[in-house]
Design a protein around this ligand. Structure first.
Ligand SMILES: [Zn+2]
Length: 248
């Protein structure tokens, strides 16, 4: 048999982290509206240089006041241009040509900007493109002390909470998924007694999108089954998870 089941709050079977990367209009126009309709809390990973940040600053600030997390997704969303399919990475945003130390300085400035927006001193980070090397050097270990947890790259539903590394959490990044497909993933997490981490981009618009209808189906299912699924910000979930883990 598997290891002893993980103890989620209020007898829940699984935790669900809904996250939205890249500071997109459809996240405010569609995702946030649906989340608030169902009283579900989520994490929005902002790219601080996005024009959408300043253009709709009061709405991002209001989302934080409603209990959603504003997470750090760096200032400029640098990704490695040397990887396959990365023709879109602009030369000035090439993660291969910035040093890890410079990137860390930018990430800390992004945290300061987020603090100016929401007044919070604790938050989580999502690595742009799931890339872990800046200038050829692993940069994530340099920011462990700056964050409660990190969504590092894509992967399956968490298989075992005892082995979860809070600084290398794997996410599912659905694109074009149906509501039924999304619900199947949360059911899998309940079966395992673990957590599922979604990283969405556009919802009913923008890039790498999931339809508004599929997203609404997932949220309705989570809201109707709150006894089974603890849906919350990645920050809140990971603070709880870390408190359960033996100190090292
Ligand atoms: Zn991104």
């Amino acid at each position: 048999m598997a290891a002893k089941p993980f103890n989620w709050p209020n007898g829940a079977k699984a935790a669900v982290s809904l996250a939205y990367d890249d500071t997109l209009a459809s996240q405010l126009d569609v995702a946030l509206v649906q989340l608030n309709q169902h009283q579900l809390k989520a994490s929005f990973y902002l790219q601080l240089s996005s024009p959408l940040l300043t253009a709709r600053l009061s709405e991002w600030r209001a989302a934080a006041a409603q209990g959603h997390e504003l997470g750090n997704h760096t200032l400029f969303h640098q990704c490695s241009a040397s990887k396959p399919g990365r023709d879109w990475v602009a030369a000035e945003n090439n993660l291969d040509t910035i040093s890890a130390v410079q990137l860390v300085q930018q990430i800390r400035l992004a945290n300061s900007m987020l603090f100016a927006i929401d007044g919070k001193t604790e938050r989580t980070f999502t690595a742009p493109c799931g890339d872990e090397l800046a200038g050829g050097q692993p940069y994530l270990p340099l920011i462990y002390d700056d964050f409660v947890a990190i969504k590092a790259k894509t992967g399956p539903v968490v298989a075992n909470m005892a082995q979860l590394n809070a600084y290398a959490v794997e996410v599912i990044a659905p694109v074009g998924s149906s509501g039924a497909e999304l619900i199947a993933l949360v059911k899998q997490a309940a079966q395992y007694g673990t957590m599922v981490n979604f990283t969405f981009h556009g919802i009913g618009g923008d890039h790498l999108s999931v339809s508004a209808g599929a997203h609404a189906q997932l949220l309705a299912y989570l809201a109707a089954n709150r006894d089974i699924y603890w849906t919350d910000t990645f920050l809140n979930i990971m603070q709880y998870v870390k408190a359960q883990q033996p100190a090292d």
